[in-house]
Design a protein around this ligand. Structure first.
Ligand code: VG1
Ligand code: CO
Length: 557
């Protein structure tokens, strides 16, 4: 094939954040914006990692993906990639990309998504590169890519026609080829090996159990029917917003109490379903709801870990180790302790779990940000989390006859609290603040940290320590510093502050608040009520209102 060498110039600001490069669509549409980044990526990889190699390509179906897919395929071919495996119509969820990379032994893959950020011409687009074991590229690679975006001078475009992504099959262009694959089959096959599908089916097909799944018009729309309905016996009307749309139906595809309001209202309505779940733009997040009950993601991963060995065949020998991101509550720590398992606390972002999994030290992990997953792949996995919960509920009810009272989601969670204690947790997000104010607030907090000492009194709380979290990867020794300011008190309560690394405009401040309560009689209190004193302390310590002008958070989870 003929390769055109197109001259270009560096473009500022192409640094990747917590999860890939995310910007407004308008920015990505600037001439060579995406092409520069893709070429910079090839300039950063060792040639043996892609020359004549296999790369996977897919995305969440958002606006601009189709155009972007053509650009990526042409540059890949121009740089000597042998073959691209792409989901039909460019669709592959983030967990599916990870699964396909692993199953097909690909060198890596591209995910076209800005995850839970809204899509459409006025909103966001994003791209992420995953490596050969299916994990998000480590910072050593993304830093190199950024460096190369600042010195790039030429893009290698293969002169091939646009590829028809609507039809499954392989198309050859000289020594380059594109294979269009079904986005669901490899991923589904993997899930069938992880879970006990007949057990799940036994619950989903019960007449006295009602399941609902909200795909939020995002990528899991492509997976929900084949998996929940066709394979597992859920009824077709249990799926809502099940068609992926380029703008997610004007929605904000983030499965939380604010943005998945319809689902929440349904579960909290009289005679609502027994189980509700939702997933985000690219299918890696999940929200789990019972009737009238919200499972916090921090509790969710702890409960999945506690039940894994009994309810999920993949873990029949017990999980190898557990891990959570730093701001995630300590509920999982208690399970690790009880099961006597290795335990890790990593910075925010899934990329930090991959090394531990590759080294055989970690099986189940999660983040408070509605991310839960395991070492079956190297990404968090929304549908996996839903199936894990259904497995738990099915396991608890497998011998019950119709008419007998079923053990519910809230029963499972409350029993867990009774055994382990409850880690009350909440996160306050202040989206799109002025960067200047947010940065000043963080440096004010940095000052507080450097002046603080153990034993200091903050109202009724006594400080154990305060720091800016730093992580040394136990596998490769790499260090990630400045990962969030935390104040940890003598009773185990924590206040954590971070700036988001996934936004596309301004700065998003996140405040995480946690307090442990061993006393069962206090477990039924609403988290906001129980955490009120600590939340007030978090707001006054940071002088948030003074620095950002915000009186109220955009999102509370
Ligand atoms: C957020 C979450 C983080 C998550 C990341 C990617 O990052 O806090 O836990 O891993 O999004 O999730 P930040 O830097 O904005 O806090 V996703 O669904 O966008 O892949
Ligand atoms: Co996501």
């Amino acid at each position: 094939i003929k390769i055109d060498l197109i001259p270009t110039q560096p473009i500022e600001g192409q640094k990747t954040g917590t999860s890939g490069l995310r910007k407004k669509v308008k920015i990505f549409k600037q001439e060579n914006y995406l092409a520069n980044w893709i070429q910079a990526l090839f300039n950063s990889l060792p040639p043996e990692d892609y020359k004549n190699g296999l790369l996977v390509l897919g995305g969440d179906g958002r606006y601009f993906n189709k155009e972007a897919a053509q650009i990526i395929m042409k540059i890949a071919a121009g740089n000597g990639v042998g073959k691209i495996l792409v989901g039909q119509e460019g669709i592959l969820s983030t967990p599916a990309v990870s699964a396909v990379i692993r199953k097909r032994k690909a060198n890596g893959g591209f995910i076209m998504s800005a995850s839970h950020n809204p899509g459409g011409p006025e909103y966001d687009w994003g791209i992420k590169f995953n490596y050969s074991s299916g994990q998000p590229a480590p910072e050593s690679i993304t830093d190199k890519i950024y460096g190369n975006t600042l010195s790039i001078s030429e893009i290698k475009f293969a002169d091939i026609p646009d590829v028809d992504l609507s039809r499954i099959g392989e198309i050859k262009y000289g020594n380059f080829s594109v294979e269009v694959v079904d986005p669901v089959s490899d991923y589904l096959e993997l899930l069938e090996n992880v879970f006990d599908f007949p057990l799940i089916k036994s619950l989903l097909s019960r007449s006295d159990f009602r399941f609902v799944f909200d795909a939020m018009h995002a990528v899991t729309g492509a997976y929900a029917k084949p998996i929940f309905v066709d394979k597992l016996g859920a009824s077709l009307d249990s799926i809502s917003n099940g068609v992926p749309l380029e703008d997610f139906g004007h929605g904000h595809p983030d499965p939380n109490l604010t943005y998945a309001k319809d689902l929440v209202d349904l579960l909290f309505s009289e005679d609502g379903p027994d189980f509700g779940a939702a997933s985000d733009g690219d299918g890696d997040r999940n929200m789990i709801l019972g009737r009238g009950f919200f499972v916090t993601p921090s509790d969710s991963v702890a409960i999945i870990a506690a039940y894994a060995q009994e309810a999920i065949p993949y873990f029949k020998n017990g999980p190898k180790g557990l891990a959570r991101s730093m701001p995630t509550s300590g509920a999982l720590d208690r399970v690790a302790e009880k099961l006597n398992l290795p335990f890790f606390e990593v910075p925010t972002g899934w990329k930090f779990f991959g090394n531990l999994m590759d080294a055989g030290k970690l099986s189940i992990c999660g983040e408070e940000s509605f991310g839960t997953g395991s070492d079956h792949i190297r990404e968090k996995d929304g549908i996996w989390a839903v199936l894990a919960w259904i497995s738990i509920i099915a396991f608890r009810n497998k011998d019950k006859k119709v008419g007998e009272k079923l053990t519910s989601v809230s029963d499972v969670v409350k029993e867990h609290w009774a055994i382990y204690g409850r880690n009350f947790f909440s996160r306050y997000d202040y989206e799109e603040c002025e960067s200047e104010g947010a940065n000043k607030m963080m440096s004010h907090l940095g000052d507080l940290v450097s002046k603080s000492k153990s034993g200091d009194k903050y109202g009724s709380y006594v400080l154990q320590f305060a720091d800016d979290f730093s992580y040394t990867d136990p596998v490769d020794g790499s260090v990630a510093s400045k990962q969030g300011v935390r104040f940890v008190f003598s009773d185990g309560s924590r206040i954590i502050y971070r700036l988001s690394g996934t936004g596309s405009a301004g700065a998003t401040v996140r405040i995480y608040i946690e307090q442990f309560e061993p006393d069962t009689s206090k477990h039924d209190v609403d988290a906001q009520t129980s955490l009120k004193p600590l939340i007030d302390l978090a707001l006054s310590l940071s002088k948030l209102e003074e620095f950002t002008g915000r009186e109220k958070p955009t999102v509370i989870t």
